[in-house]
Design a protein around this ligand. Structure first.
Ligand SMILES: Cc1cc2nc3c(=O)[nH]c(=O)nc-3n(C[C@H](O)[C@H](O)[C@H](O)COP(=O)(O)OP(=O)(O)OC[C@H]3O[C@@H](n4cnc5c(N)ncnc54)[C@H](O)[C@@H]3O)c2cc1C
Length: 394
């Protein structure tokens, strides 16, 4: 019989979880703090482990319509522009894993998810509701939500899913008082109209530029009309939120030694925003009848482009555990057991990638040699464990 499920947070993870659970016959209420769904203008890479789940949920047409499929990643030196290596993406990777590696605007992904959610009668969204407390008693979960006007509202369910992002109130209310630690770096983000970008970088593939202590990633979004740029550099203090505006000059100064085409791309950005990078080692994805999912459970440093993908994986595994176990508490225990090794491995690989991307001196030289020797296919093969993941893998 279908359960009543409360989902806190309507980000990538919460919306995907609602869809996956509704497909299993559960009725879902999503409580979202925001009152509107405007997303910060930025892009997201969706690797095959994520698109596989989205396709199963019927989102292929909507996602493909707005996305681009890069043919590969060109890896270059941030300072000289010299080629370091490459990684194969495109149709060959899709053939290998049965689902594609795509890049898409966050707003477009959110629209695809929201349209699908709104098309399911089993899902209700309550916006302007902020979680303030959780009580579990007699096999039920009671959430208290604060409304914008300061009223308190209760939401009762058979189980709850905390998908409320890196600063998760659910995680804190479950007794995990840890605060994600600022890594000392920020991701500066910008969108450059394709016609303003240097011709050599306005191509339908992904660029990765590696330099000491910094890197830049760019790829096309909005069906190729925009180039999404993410430039990671040290910053002494964190900035607040997803899209804090930052001075253009501060970004350009952090990359003053960039090779000419990259410098031209950075200079072409009309505006920059910043997001502070933070880490929190995964511990356990919930307790009792409350599951944690996505960044609420395991924020991932963006050096592997996997935070959103893991949230999407979580949603699929949660739905599959609930389909296998009749007792919801046992299903959530199975979900926690299943996810922990995978998310710990992804978090650790992302941290390691950060050290490799930002290496200096002899370590950087060794990195460049290894990448050149592996070649585009060898680089893609190293990610097979990540991209080849399937929801039913235990
Ligand atoms: C620079 C950068 C680049 C990245 N690139 C990639 C990439 O290429 N690929 C990838 O897979 N991942 C990437 N990520 C990671 C990815 O963006 C996140 O992991 C993902 O957005 C997490 O989704 P989520 O649903 O868990 O959380 P969020 O997207 O943060 O959603 C949480 C939701 O909960 C709501 N909320 C918060 N508190 C409450 C409350 N108390 N009550 C009710 N609602 C609440 C919020 O308003 C929000 O809507 C990147 C991250 C960064 C910083």
């Amino acid at each position: 019989m279908g359960l009543a499920v409360a989902v806190v947070g309507a980000g990538i993870g919460g919306l995907t979880a609602a869809l996956a659970l509704a497909r299993q016959g559960h009725s879902v209420t999503i409580a979202e703090r925001r009152t509107g769904f405007g997303e910060a203008g930025a892009g997201i890479q969706l690797s095959p482990n994520a698109t596989r789940v989205l396709w199963e949920l019927g989102l292929e047409t909507a996602v493909r319509r707005a996305a681009c499929e890069p043919s590969g990643v060109a890896i270059r030196s941030l300072r000289t522009g010299a080629a370091i290596g490459a990684m194969r993406l495109g149709p060959e990777l899709e053939q290998l894993h049965g689902s594609p590696y795509l890049v898409i605007g966050r707003q477009d992904l959110q629209t695809a998810l929201l349209d699908a959610v709104r098309g399911r009668p089993e899902i209700r969204i309550k916006v302007g509701r902020s979680l303030t407390s959780i009580d579990e008693a007699s096999g039920r979960v009671r959430l208290t939500l604060a409304t914008g006007s300061g009223q308190a509202e209760t939401l009762e369910a058979d189980l709850a899913v905390g998908a409320d992002g890196i600063g998760s109130a659910t995680r804190t209310l479950l007794g995990d008082g840890r605060v994600p630690a600022f890594s000392g770096e920020v991701a500066y983000r910008a969108l450059v109209p394709r016609e303003a970008a240097p011709v050599s970088l306005a191509r339908p593939d992904t660029g990765l530029w590696l330099g000491p202590g910094r890197h830049v990633v760019h790829y096309p979004i909005a069906a190729g009309r925009l180039v999404n740029v993410v430039a990671v550099a040290p910053r002494p203090a964190p900035v607040e939120g997803w899209s804090a505006p930052v001075e253009r000059d501060a970004v350009l100064a952090a990359f003053a030694d960039a090779a000419p085409p990259l410098a031209a791309l950075l200079a072409a950005a009309p505006a920059w925003s910043a997001w502070s990078l933070a880490d929190l080692p995964a511990r356990t994805a919930g307790r009792g009848r409350v599951a944690l999912l996505g960044d609420a459970a395991h924020p991932v440093l963006p050096y592997l482009a996997q935070g959103g993908a893991l949230a999407i994986e979580d949603a699929a595994v949660l739905a599959s555990c609930l389909a296998r176990e009749t007792d919801p508490a046992a299903a959530l225990a199975a979900y926690r057991r299943t996810r922990l090794p995978r998310v710990c491995r992804v978090q650790a690989t992302a941290r390691r990638n950060g050290r490799i991307f930002h290496a200096r001196g002899p370590v950087a030289l060794a990195r460049n040699l290894v990448m050149a020797r592996l070649g585009p296919d060898g680089m893609a093969d190293r990610q097979a464990w990540l991209y080849g993941w399937r929801p039913d893998a235990r």
